[in-house]
Write a protein that binds this ligand. Structure first.
Ligand code: DUC
Ligand code: ZN
Ligand code: ZN
Length: 465
């Protein structure tokens, strides 16, 4: 099948220009002016007044994550379908090694969840809950299999938590095998002390989830893990950075030339600790790190995105229903499953808040939602680019469209939206995954099982950039 996208403006991280795009099979075959005059195709998409952008890449999702005695509700089918509606054509999800298991067991389980179900391409990072001689050796094998990143936690004692010696050994291993360590950086043991004290004082509402997780606990853990990475001579990537205390540490390290990278998420750019108020309704906004004070964090995070101190916006998509799941934490905020839905709204929220809001250029928008994730996570230029030879993961984007976000109309398998009623500009008209149209003006035209596992390369870019 050959498809021609005509009359659009191609927007990439490097610049924008008017040109047509020829898709042949699964890849981009030609880019140029007035291609209709020279090529014959089976299908033509008119992108007049639209932007032609590389499909979004969300490198931080948790489909079916087991958490706090329940599971994140989106499956690979529902979650990737929702992603596609929102202009995202690739996700990288976190496979989980439970304590005492081999990495292989966790990875196999995630392959089984995704295969035959995903509607767009997907890769995996590996959550390591145990660092042992055996799992360290397994890391090398996973890098060779296209799973080159490993997430460790300084939070969640007794579940995902790793002590410093484990983190340091894992960093040393990636220094040797070319992989990348991703860190959830919050001081979990200290948080647990404060949380227990708050509960003892009768402060059980969701709001106190935000109070317990001091900004300095994120700053301290971020500082510690970046210094451990420096000591190991390995690059490091901090997930879901939420607050200035952590950002200042990151900036200071990057100014010294340390290969430290980080993402933030829409919830830290658009929501605040005030959303955690309003009684138990605040449980809809419980995630970790928690939502922070608006000032100065929102502005500082945008500035960091503009200046490349932050490279990526991903979602940490981890949806739990308000009814029946978030409700598990009535009377004790520690029992509320942590996580927010977001995979469907990321591209549009960052467009609306960032580009329409005058904070970043449209080229930087494409860079932080697609191109940098592809580069840092071993997918570029196959993904994240509008270039000859790249996968035809293409979104025809309408910057003028308006829509109202609502749980009534979203495609994520969750009974609420954190952005309910928000009117935003921008939206994906046509979404193409490897040359196949999967969403066409609001209609799903894809297929369960179409998405393929993406074998990703090692983190060379993170070592050089
Ligand atoms: N934070 C969340 O909010 N949910 C899943 C895991 C995490 O680190
Ligand atoms: Zn995390
Ligand atoms: Zn996460």
């Amino acid at each position: 099948m050959r498809t021609l996208i005509v009359n659009g403006t191609i927007v990439t991280a490097d610049g924008s220009y008017q040109a047509d795009v020829l898709v042949d099979g699964e890849t981009i075959a030609q880019i140029g002016a007035n291609l209709a005059a020279t090529v014959t195709v089976e299908r033509t998409i008119d992108a007049t007044g639209r932007w032609v952008i590389p499909g979004g890449i969300d490198i931080h999702t948790h489909m079916e994550l087991p958490f706090g005695g329940t599971f994140a509700k989106d499956t690979f089918e529902t979650g990737t379908r929702a992603a596609a509606f929102g202009g995202t054509t690739t996700i990288v999800d976190f496979a989980v090694q439970s304590k005492g298991q081999a990495l292989r067991t966790g990875l196999d389980a995630w392959h089984a969840k995704a295969e035959g179900n995903a509607v767009i391409d997907y890769g995996f990072h590996m959550i390591m809950s145990d660092v042992t001689d055996d799992t360290l050796a397994e890391m090398d094998q996973l890098v060779a299999e296209g799973v080159p990143d490993f997430k460790l936690f300084t939070a969640y004692p007794g579940v995902f938590f790793s002590p410093d010696d484990h983190i340091f050994r894992a960093l040393q291993q990636t220094e040797k095998n070319g992989g990348l360590i991703l860190m959830h950086a919050e001081n979990g043991p200290a948080i647990d002390v404060v949380a227990a004290q708050l509960i003892a004082e009768g402060k059980t509402d969701p709001y106190y989830h935000g109070v317990a997780r001091y900004p300095v606990f994120e700053g301290e853990a971020t500082s510690r893990v970046i210094k451990l990475a420096e000591a190991a001579g390995a690059p490091i990537y901090i997930v879901h950075m939420s607050v200035v205390n952590a950002l200042n540490v990151l900036r200071e390290a990057r100014d010294r030339g340390v290969p430290a990278y980080a993402e933030t998420c829409p919830q830290y750019l658009f929501l605040s600790i005030e959303d955690l108020g309003n009684g138990f309704n605040g449980s809809k906004f419980v995630c970790s790190p928690p939502l922070r004070e608006k000032d100065p964090n929102w502005d500082e995070l945008w500035t960091a995105l503009r200046r490349n101190d932050l490279q990526v916006v991903s979602t940490d998509h981890c949806p739990f229903d308000f009814h029946g799941q978030k409700e598990m934490g009535r009377g004790d905020f520690r029992k509320i499953p942590n996580g927010l839905p977001g995979v469907e709204d990321r591209v549009d929220l960052v467009f609306n808040g960032g580009v329409v809001g005058g904070k970043i250029s449209k080229e930087r928008w494409v860079e932080i939602v697609s191109t940098e994730p592809a580069k840092l996570f071993g997918m570029y230029p196959r993904k994240g680019a509008i270039a000859v030879g790249s996968d035809a993961d293409i979104v025809v984007y309408d910057p003028e469209r308006s829509r109202t976000i609502s749980a009534e109309t979203h495609h994520m398998n969750v009974d609420y939206s954190c952005y309910e009623g928000w009117e935003i500009k921008g939206g994906s008209d046509v979404v193409m995954s490897r040359g196949s149209v999967v969403v066409d003006h609001g209609e799903f035209t894809g297929r369960k099982g179409y998405g393929q596992f993406l074998k990703r390369g090692p983190a060379e870019y993170a070592r050089k950039a």
